[in-house]
Design a protein around this ligand. Structure first.
Ligand code: ZN
Length: 422
């Protein structure tokens, strides 16, 4: 193992406390985005564990992999955005417009704007859009579709460039980036700089409540530095003279997400939903989400899921039947490697993203194939690794279940589904 590939984080990224509790430890795991070509050597494995800050309640990885090692050259960057996410962005644009009293021509900045997928939805609702993203190919794609995009990492310099080009923003969004950054304070300061005094900052991230209650241990990845509750976020924003003005939950986005809207403390225009924010803070306290014991339970829960999945697959094989995987999201990688599944267990994994076909799942010898393989060589069971899209996948593979195929979903408890829900 090359120690230069990562560094250890021994203090909390929000409050700087060293009062950290390691509550789940996977040992050494492959970087989940390290999809490989057949025959290509696997990267070195890197420790993967999560610490709880006992002072502010933030869950965060124990080691930070250096960005150069997080994305292999084979990783399909252009994976398509789901229809669900597009609609989610369109509705977000609408509800934010309402917040501004239906005002036309609002200015929006999206941080880590990808190929402009969110901004395209905002543009449909009359917003003036600008994005910032460091990935050249994605920026080119966004620009080709008329979305003005600055190719840069998010920092105070890119914030200044946004303001120079467009003035300050009414809305600043960060929907798929906040969990992936280490320097949260610099990030927020940059966002503040780009916001007008009456503007709003909107972030989305997986909700750590689901990690615990829904036992979503497979959402733990090297790329995913933080697992947020509202409580540590309140602390973070208050350190920057900002208040949380609203919290919303979305069950169908990334396996359960929260949207947290924050405003500058000096903001006089935007309503602050104090009762909603207080409600979340209270629930988190009352449901044990700030209690270390709740976290220690996650490792035990993961071990039970691994054991039951293993037994289920062994029973399938003992009957002379077969099982394959469906959906090759990066998070399925933690699951497959933690459960030590091999190509003997899953001879292939079907995925609908064309760019992934022909690649090997990180840390395994399991090939990712198109749905043609499913038609040619149907197994008796499909293990749905992308469980947050289970309904969509079962609808899409109706022919498989109509021919007698069954589904296995492992999170939060391994279960077999024989008939597709209508
Ligand atoms: Zn902390």
């Amino acid at each position: 193992m090359n120690a230069n590939m990562y560094w250890e984080r021994t203090s909390c990224r929000i409050c700087d406390s060293r009062n950290l509790l390691k509550y789940i430890d996977f040992g050494e795991m492959p970087v989940a985005t390290a999809f490989k070509k057949p025959g290509e050597e696997h990267d070195k494995k890197i420790p993967l564990s999560v610490n709880l800050c006992r002072d502010c309640g933030l869950s965060q990885l124990g080691v930070i992999v250096k960005p150069a090692y997080l994305f292999s050259s084979s990783y399909p960057y252009n994976s398509s955005v789901s229809k669900t996410f597009q609609e989610h962005c369109y509705r977000m644009a609408g509800s934010l417009k309402e917040l501004f009293g239906g005002q036309e021509g609002l200015k929006v900045l999206d941080i880590a704007s990808n190929d402009g997928c969110l901004l395209k939805e905002f543009r449909k609702q009359g917003y003036e859009c600008i994005g910032v993203d460091p990935a050249e190919k994605l920026v080119e794609k966004a620009r080709a579709e008329g979305i003005e995009t600055i190719c840069a990492f998010w920092d105070s310099q890119s914030a200044e460039e946004v303001v120079r080009r467009k003035g300050t923003m009414d809305v600043v969004t960060a929907t798929n980036v906040f969990a992936h950054i280490d320097g949260v304070h610099g990030f927020i300061e940059g966002a503040k700089k780009a916001m007008s005094d009456d503007g709003v900052f909107v972030m989305e991230a997986s909700y750590a409540k689901n990690l615990l209650q829904h036992k979503e241990f497979d959402t733990i990845l090297h790329e995913h530095h933080s697992y947020y509750l509202v409580s540590p976020l309140e602390r973070l924003f208050s350190m920057h003279d900002m208040n949380i003005s609203n919290v919303e939950e979305f069950a169908n986005i990334h396996g359960g997400s929260i949207r947290v809207t924050a405003v500058k403390s000096s903001n006089k225009r935007m309503p602050v939903q104090e009762d909603v924010v207080e409600g979340y803070l209270r629930q988190e306290r009352e449901n044990g989400l700030l209690n270390p014991e709740s976290y220690l339970q996650l490792e035990r829960n993961a071990a039970v899921i691994r054991k039951e999945t293993r037994e289920c697959i062994d029973r399938v094989h003992a009957r002379g039947e077969t099982i394959a995987g469906y959906g090759a999201p990066v998070k399925g990688n933690t699951f497959v490697n933690y459960c030590r599944l091999t190509e003997q267990d899953l001879p292939y994994i079907v995925d609908d993203t064309k760019d992934k076909h022909g690649l090997i799942y990180a840390g395994t010898n399991i090939p990712i194939v198109s749905s043609d393989r499913l038609a040619e060589e149907p197994p008796n069971y499909l293990l749905i690794l992308a469980w947050n899209f289970a309904d969509e996948i079962m609808r899409k593979t109706k022919h498989f279940s109509e021919a007698g195929g069954k589904y296995l979903i492992a999170i939060p408890k391994p279960r077999v589904i024989e008939r597709v829900p209508v």
